[in-house]
Write a protein that binds this ligand. Structure first.
Ligand SMILES: [Zn+2]
Length: 290
């Protein structure tokens, strides 16, 4: 479980959320058996997506990030809903790269590519915004996405510190957003606060609390705390969703599966659950796909 602490300045010009995401990152690490650089890449992404999930209005809303890159990691898919669920996977969870300047080379693992965010707010079509990756380091890429696609000046700071036993020793994220109507002075103070802030993992290593971290980000402002939210890594997959995904592959693909195999065995990409479908069940799906 990762608790999200939310706050605003008393004037309502700045919105801040912080999450200690260590449990979420560690659950993902165990499910996907990720290498350290992938733990950092996927961990940062799960962290920012939990923060974005907690900003959704309705519990049934959800937001999905599709990161695609030409690096050895290939890409990642991460989903969060408005009710405390976040989950994700990397195309190549075992990628190993040499350290770059003593740090896990997340940017090198992902490479150049794109970040697409799909927001499903219960409307007919999801809203999709897509930007090129800036550095592949995740934090900068999401910051750029907010500036370009949502016109919300946003600063995002993410950190995952991987321990020698491959678990996440520390993980956390901070999102700071300027609300419409905020003046130049507010922006300047915030920018200076954030520029002088040590990395999130250093603050967590020092034992700083979410409140201390938020108050450092909002130094010079009167901080008002809002209701927080709990997020955890979990999966809402079901036979029904798997069946729908199979139908969307099309009749031809299903006919192929029926012909080649004795039923099908499908492992969820987000969790270890395995779904087995008999030839008869596949035939029923084929009928719906025709
Ligand atoms: Zn699942």
């Amino acid at each position: 479980m990762g608790h999200i602490t939310k706050a605003m300045d008393a004037g309502g010009n700045v919105r801040v959320s912080f999450i200690n995401s260590r449990d979420i990152v560690n659950t993902a690490q165990k499910i996907h058996n990720t290498s350290p650089v992938v733990t950092a890449a996927l961990g940062r992404s799960l962290t920012v997506m939990a923060l974005m999930g907690a900003l959704l209005k309705e519990p049934t809303d959800n937001v999905t990030a599709y990161i695609k890159g030409d690096g050895p990691l290939g890409g990642m898919v991460i989903t969060a809903d408005g009710a405390g669920m976040v989950k994700g996977y990397a195309y190549q969870p075992l990628v190993d790269l040499p350290l770059k300047k003593g740090k896990l080379d997340v940017g090198g693992a992902i490479g150049r590519g794109s970040l697409a965010i799909s927001r499903d707010l219960g409307l007919k079509d999801p809203y999709v915004g897509k930007v090129p990756l800036v550095t592949g380091e995740i934090g900068e890429d999401f910051t750029y996405y907010f500036a370009m696609s949502e016109q919300t000046p946003t600063a995002i700071s993410l950190g995952v510190l991987v321990d020698t036993d491959l678990s996440a020793k520390q993980a956390g994220g901070l999102i700071v957003q300027l609300m419409p109507g905020a003046d130049e002075k507010t922006a300047e103070i915030l920018e200076s606060n954030l520029r002088n802030m040590p990395p999130i993992t250093s603050l967590l290593e020092e034992g700083q609390t979410p409140e201390m971290i938020i108050e450092t980000a909002l130094e010079g402002f009167f901080v008002k705390y809002l209701d927080g939210a709990d997020y955890e890594y979990r999966c809402d997959c079901s036979m029904e969703k798997i069946s729908r995904a199979l139908i969307s592959l099309g009749a031809e693909e299903l006919a192929d599966m029926i012909e080649k195999d004795e039923g099908a065995e499908i492992t969820c990409q987000f969790c270890p659950k395995v779904y087995r479908l008999s030839t008869e069940e596949l035939k029923a799906l084929y009928e719906s796909a025709k």
